[in-house]
Ligand binder design. Structure first.
Ligand code: C5P
Length: 297
C-alpha cells in the first residue's frame, strides 16, 4: 500500500523583512501565493527509512535525514508512536534551492502522506505545528492558496484571492542558499534603520480583486537586493521578462528563480518565449495561481 501527495510551489508577492532577531531569524510580512508547479511525494512501507528522488534537479536533492521529507516522517512517527521505516519517493518538478519552497513542499507532502498511510488523521493544528518545526515555509506548503505569514513566516492567516493570476518562472543555472541571502540582507542593511515588516493593504486588495495590474503595481521583495548582490546576472533575466511585456518582474523569495506576472495565458507564452530566447536562464515554466495546498491523490 502506498500514498501519494501533491504539493504546490509558492511565490512571495510581498516579502517584507525586518531586522535580524536575537535568534537569527527575521520577522516577516510574507504574502505567499501557491502556484501550479508541483512535487509529488509517495510513501510506502519499507525495511528502513529511505528517500529517493526523480526529476531534472534530482542530483541536487539530499537523500539523507537532512531531507525535510525524511525529517517530517521521523517527527510524526515519534509523536504518534509509529514505525518510520518507509520509502519516501519525491517526483520533483519544483526547482531545487530556487526560492519556491521546493524543500518545504516535500516536508509538508511527506507529513500528510505518512499521516494518511499510518491512519493517524492528526488534527490540522497539530500538522501545522509540526510543519512550523520543520521550517518557516512548510506550513504554507500544507495549506496552499494564499496566506499572510508573520513571525518568521510560519504564522498563517488565509487570504482571499478573487481570480486566476498568470505567471512565468525563469529557473537559474545554479541555486542560492536561503541563509546566505538573509546574511547578505543583514550585511546590506548594516547601520540602517530597518522598519517593522507590514503587509501592504493595496496588495491584499489587489489579490482579493483578482486584478493583475493592481497586483503588479504592489508586489515587492525585500530580499531582492540581497539576491541580486549574490547573483548579479539575475538583473538580465528580470530585464528580459520586463522587455517582453511582463506586468511585474521580481525575484521569488530568496531566489534565484525569477517570477513574472502577466495579464493572461497569451502574454505568458510571449514572455516565456522571450525568456527562453534571451539565454539568461536555464528553464522557463508557465503556471497559474492560486493552487491548492498539499492534496492526497
Ligand atoms: O525556517 P527555515 O529553516 O526554512 O529557514 C532557513 C534559514 O533562512 C534560516 O536558518 C535563517 O537563516 C533564514 N530565515 C530567516 N528569517 C526567516 C526565515 C528564514 O533569517 N523568517
Amino acid at each position: 500500500m502506498s500514498v501519494t501527495v501533491r504539493v504546490p510551489a509558492k511565490v512571495n508577492v510581498q516579502l517584507a523583512v525586518g531586522a535580524a532577531r536575537a535568534d537569527g531569524f527575521h520577522d516577516l510580512a510574507n504574502v505567499f501565493l501557491a502556484v501550479g508547479l508541483y512535487d509529488e511525494i509517495t510513501v510506502t512501507p519499507a525495511d528502513e527509512l529511505r528517500v529517493t528522488c526523480e526529476g531534472p534537479d534530482a542530483a541536487q536533492v539530499p537523500l539523507d535525514r537532512s531531507n525535510l521529507a525524511a525529517r517530517a516522517a521521523l517527527v510524526l512517527a515519534e509523536r504518534y508512536d509509529r514505525d518510520a521505516r518507509v520509502h519516501l519517493h519525491i517526483a520533483k518538478d519544483i526547482p531545487v534551492a530556487g526560492g519556491m519552497a521546493g524543500g518545504s513542499a516535500d516536508g509538508a507532502g511527506a507529513l500528510l502522506a505518512c499521516d494518511t498511510l499510518w491512519g493517524i488523521g492528526a488534527p490540522r493544528g497539530e500538522l501545522l505545528d509540526i510543519c512550523a518545526e520543520l521550517g518557516s515555509d512548510v506550513p504554507f506548503s500544507l495549506v496552499g492558496g494564499a496566506a499572510l505569514g508573520t513571525g518568521r513566516g510560519e504564522k498563517l492567516t488565509p487570504l482571499e484571492v478573487g481570480g486566476t493570476f498568470h505567471w512565468v518562472f525563469a529557473m537559474a543555472g545554479r541555486g542560492l542558499s536561503t541563509p546566505a541571502v538573509f546574511r547578505e540582507f543583514d550585511r546590506l542593511g548594516e547601520g540602517l534603520d530597518i522598519p517593522e515588516p507590514v503587509a501592504s493593504e493595496a496588495l491584499l486588495d489587489a489579490l482579493a480583486a483578482g486584478d493583475p495590474g493592481a497586483l503588479a503595481a504592489t508586489v515587492s521583495n525585500d530580499l531582492q537586493p540581497a539576491a541580486l548582490s549574490l547573483f548579479p546576472e539575475l538583473a538580465d533575466t528580470l530585464a528580459a521578462g520586463r522587455g517582453a511585456g511582463a506586468l511585474a518582474a521580481l525575484v521569488s523569495g530568496s531566489g534565484p528563480t525569477t517570477a513574472f506576472l502577466v495579464r493572461d495565458r497569451g502574454a505568458a507564452e510571449t514572455v516565456a518565449e522571450a525568456l527562453r530566447a534571451s539565454g539568461t536562464c536555464r528553464t522557463v515554466r508557465v503556471a497559474t495561481a492560486p493552487a491548492a495546498g498539499a492534496t492526497v491523490l
